[in-house]
Ligand binder design. Structure first.
Ligand code: ACO
Length: 355
C-alpha cells in the first residue's frame, strides 16, 4: 500500500516586514540581504495573538477541507517545529486542542528536526499509513521565529533570514498503487550540532563534554548546583539565548547534501533527475536552491522558490512552497514532485511523490 497527500494548506501572517524595515533596527541593508539570500521580505505573526500552534491550526483546517475530511477524522498528528509555544508539552497536543478534537484522543508526536522537520514528519506519516495503522495523519510544519530572534546588530546574520508561517498536509492511503509517496530518505550527522543551534536554556549546565573529552563552553561557568543554571543572569546579560549559525559552514554542507539525498530517493524509485516535474527545496537561501537546480539540470519552472517573499520558515517552508506550487497549478495529477531539506543537526532528507 502507498500513502498520498490528500490535501494541503498553508497560512502566513498578514504582517509584512521588508529588508528596509530591518535596516531601521539593525546594521543591515536590503542590498546585502538580497544579494546573499534572495530574501526581499518575510511575515511576522501577531505578537501575543498568533503562535506556532494557531498558525498550524489555520493551515490544518485548509488541508482537512481539501482532503474532504473534518478535523475530528484525524487519527494522528505529527508536528514539526523549532519554535514551539512551550518548552513542553509540544505543539502536537496544543494543535489537537486548538482544532477542538481532544475527544478523539488521537496520538500527537512532535518532531525536532528543524529545517528537515516536515520531510521527517511526512516520512513518519507514510510509515503509519502504509502499515495500515492510521487513515488520516495530519502532518504540520509551523514556525513563529519572530518571537525568538535578536533584533540588534549582534543577531543580524540569523535574524534577517527567518520568517513565520505554517503548512499542513493530510496523508491518507492511496487507492492507486502507482500514485503517492514513492520514497523518503532521511539522514543526520550530529558531529557539528552546535554550528547551527539554539543552545540556551538547556540541560548542559554550562559545559558539555563530547565523547572525545573536549569541552564546549556555552559561555557561563559550570556550577555544582542544579536548577539555577538552566537560565542564568549571565546568559541574559550576554544575549546567549538566541540562535547562532556559522552560515558559510552550513552553506557548504547544504549544497552537497541536497543533491545527494535527492539522487538517493530517485535511485530507489528507479527514476532520474530529468523525471522531476517540480522540485520543492527547503527555502534556506535562494543561492542554495539555484545551485541545487543547476546540479540537477532543472529549468526555472521546475523549481519552486518563495524565499523572496517569506524568508526561511524552517519546518514550514517545504509545505508552504508545496501548497503554493499546487495552488498555482504547477503540480498536476501524475507529476513527479520532489521535496528536499537540509538544516540544523545536521539533518536532511528527501521525499518523492507521484502526485
Ligand atoms: N547585514 C549586513 N552584513 C552582515 C549581515 C547582515 N544581515 N550578516 C552578516 N553580515 C556581515 C558579517 O558580519 C560579515 O562581515 P565581515 O566580513 O566584516 O566579518 C560579512 O557580512 C559576511 O558574513 P558571512 O556570514 O560570511 O556571509 P555569507 O556570505 O556566508 O552569508 C548567510 C551569510 C546568508 C547566512 C549564508 O552563509 C547562508 O545562507 N548560509 C546557509 C544558511 C542555511 O542554509 N541554514 C540552514 C537552514 S536554517 C535551520 O536549519 C534552522
Amino acid at each position: 500500500m502507498r500513502s498520498k497527500i490528500a490535501g494541503i494548506g498553508y497560512y502566513v501572517p498578514e504582517k509584512v516586514v521588508t529588508n528596509d524595515d530591518l535596516s531601521k533596527v539593525m546594521d543591515t541593508t536590503d542590498e546585502w540581504i538580497q544579494e546573499r539570500t534572495g530574501i526581499q521580505q518575510r511575515r511576522y505573526g501577531k505578537k501575543h495573538q498568533e503562535t506556532t500552534t494557531t498558525m498550524a491550526a489555520a493551515a490544518a483546517r485548509i488541508a482537512c477541507e481539501r482532503a474532504g475530511i473534518q478535523p475530528e477524522d484525524i487519527d494522528f498528528i505529527v508536528f514539526a517545529t523549532l519554535s514551539p509555544d512551550y518548552y513542553f508539552p509540544g505543539c502536537g497536543v496544543l494543535l489537537q486542542r486548538e482544532l477542538g478534537i481532544t475527544q478523539r484522543e488521537a496520538g500527537a508526536l512532535d518532531i525536532r528536526n528543524q529545517c528537515s522537520g516536515f520531510v521527517y514528519a511526512l516520512s513518519i506519516a507514510d510509515q503509519f499509513v502504509r502499515t495500515g495503522t492510521y487513515k488520516n495523519v495530519l502532518v504540520v510544519g509551523s514556525e513563529m521565529h519572530s518571537m525568538g530572534l535578536d533584533f540588534s546588530t549582534r543577531g543580524r546574520n540569523v535574524t534577517v533570514i527567518f520568517g513565520d508561517g505554517a503548512g499542513a498536509a493530510i496523508v491518507q492511503p492511496s487507492d492507486d498503487p502507482n500514485r503517492g509517496i514513492l520514497a523518503t530518505k532521511l539522514h543526520s550527522d550530529g558531529t557539528y550540532a552546535e554550528k547551527l543551534a539554539f543552545i540556551n536554556p538547556g540541560a548542559h549546565g554550562g559545559y558539555h563534554f563530547n565523547k572525545m573529552g573536549e569541552a564546549t563552553d556555552f559561555g557561563f561557568p559550570p556550577e555544582d548546583t542544579y536548577g539555577e543554571i538552566f537560565i542564568t543572569p549571565r546568559m541574559i546579560e550576554t544575549g546567549q539565548y538566541y540562535p547562532n549559525m556559522e552560515g558559510q559552514f552550513v552553506f557548504k554542507l547544504a549544497v552537497q547534501k541536497f543533491p545527494e539525498v535527492i539522487h538517493e530517493a530517485l535511485k530507489e524509485a528507479g527514476l532520474q533527475a530529468s523525471d522531476i516535474n517540480m522540485l520543492i527545496p527547503h527555502q534556506a537561501n535562494l543561492r542554495i536552491s539555484q545551485f541545487v537546480q543547476k546540479i540537477l539540470g532543472l529549468r526555472d519552472d521546475q523549481v519552486w522558490n518563495n524565499i523572496q517573499r517569506y524568508g526561511n520558515t524552517t519546518a514550514a517552508s517545504v509545505p508552504i512552497a508545496l501548497c503554493e506550487a499546487w495552488e498555482a497549478g504547477k503540480i498536476k495529477e501524475g507529476d513527479l514532485v520532489c521535496l528536499a531539506a537540509f538544516g540544523s543537526g545536521f539533518t536532511w532528507g528527501s521525499a518523492l511523490i507521484r502526485w
